[in-house]
Ligand binder design. Structure first.
Ligand code: PHE
Length: 345
């Protein structure tokens, strides 16, 4: 093809060229100005031209070059200024729904427990998870060789030879009660929620970390009858008005007398089922009258004051209320499990 014709063909191609994406513009630029581009080749060819036509042709080629360059930058600017059509807002598309989270069943059970005691005038007290021996064991009347202090139960953070107050992870939230009794005089009426840690192998029934709510009431002439009445109120609020409680003798170093509270099984109504293992009763809480030596260790006059304490596992209450009986489910945060609690507040 004669150069002249080629130039005019390219010129009309440039004038009519449009593009809908920057990619297409770039392709067009390479087609004309790339190493083997049509305009590049024309310039190579032009080097061989001589004589009269050279001037005329030179003018035409340069005109083509600048028109093509203008067209490329014009299209580029236009496309950069407006987003590509696929990104434009499509008002007919259905909206994407926000997913609403749920409260974790442990958080729900915890606040349910706390709210019941709040109704009775208890206030919530919290304390550190990293504690020392004195607050977890010493002030609570645990003898120095008590097995709970053993490495098998307690996670020690630092235990040096001869150190009588090592740093450790609290094994119960009774440590918060010690801190409260050390820092204030009766009346004390607190509930103490929190995470606790015990060195146990993880299984469906045990975990090295779980949650407790413990309670403490110290005042003039607090009696075992007050404890019983408080726990009965709690059980009825939590499991329903028909629930019954029973107290079985037990032992804790920091309470005397001590008891375990059972509630009648809300699942079978006391007839016996696999949840209550056929007994009709569910164990819910340890409790007792604060041992006078604990009050004295915290500088509260045991001649003047008496108190009761209780403590329960939040996971245990959640298991009874929601009937998901593998403890691990509560810690794995599997959304398929958690989504089932949308209705629980
Ligand atoms: N601290 C005890 C525990 O962790 C529970 C408890 C608290 C028992 C208060 C009696 C009184 O097992």
């Amino acid at each position: 093809m004669a150069m002249q014709t080629k130039i005019s063909a390219l010129l009309s191609e440039v004038e009519s060229f449009t593009a809908s994406s920057l990619h297409e513009v770039e392709e067009f630029r390479v087609k004309l100005f790339g190493k083997k581009g049509e305009v590049t080749l024309l310039f190579d060819e032009f080097k061989q031209v001589s004589g009269e036509v050279k001037r005329e042709l030179g003018k035409k080629i340069n005109e083509l070059k600048s028109k093509a360059q203008d067209r490329v930058s014009e299209l580029r600017q236009a496309l950069e200024a407006s987003p590509s059509p696929t990104l434009l807002l499509d008002t007919s598309r259905p909206g994407s729904a926000d997913s609403v989270g749920t409260r974790h069943p442990i958080a729900s059970a915890r606040s349910e427990i706390l709210n019941i005691f709040r109704q009775l005038g208890f206030t919530v007290a919290e304390g550190p998870e990293i504690e020392d021996d004195r607050h977890v064991f010493g002030a609570l009347n645990f003898p120095p060789e008590h097995p709970a202090r053993d490495m098998q139960d307690t996670f020690f953070i630092e235990k040096r030879e001869g150190d009588d107050n090592p740093v450790l992870l609290r094994t119960h939230t009774s440590s918060i009660q010690v801190r409260a009794m050390e820092s204030q005089q009766p009346p004390i009426r607190i509930v103490c929620p929190g995470r606790v840690f015990r060195n146990e192998a993880i299984s469906a029934r045990a975990h090295c970390m779980f949650h407790q709510v413990e309670g403490l009431y110290v005042d003039h002439s607090v009696s075992f009858a007050d404890l019983k009445q408080t726990l009965l109120y709690f059980a009825k609020e939590l499991f329903g008005a028909n629930v019954e409680i029973r107290l079985r003798p037990s032992f804790f170093p920091f309470t005397e007398p001590s008891a375990e509270m059972d509630v009648s099984c809300s699942i079978c109504g006391g007839k016996g089922c696999n949840i209550c293992k056929g007994t009709g009763w569910l164990e819910v809480s340890g409790c007792g009258m604060v041992d006078p030596s604990v009050l004295d260790a915290c500088k509260i006059d045991s001649q003047k004051y008496s108190g009761f304490a209780f403590g329960m596992g939040v996971e245990r209450i959640a298991m009874l209320k929601y009937q998901a009986r593998d403890l691990r489910l509560y810690f794995e945060n599997d959304v398929r499990f958690l989504r089932q609690f949308t209705a629980v507040v």
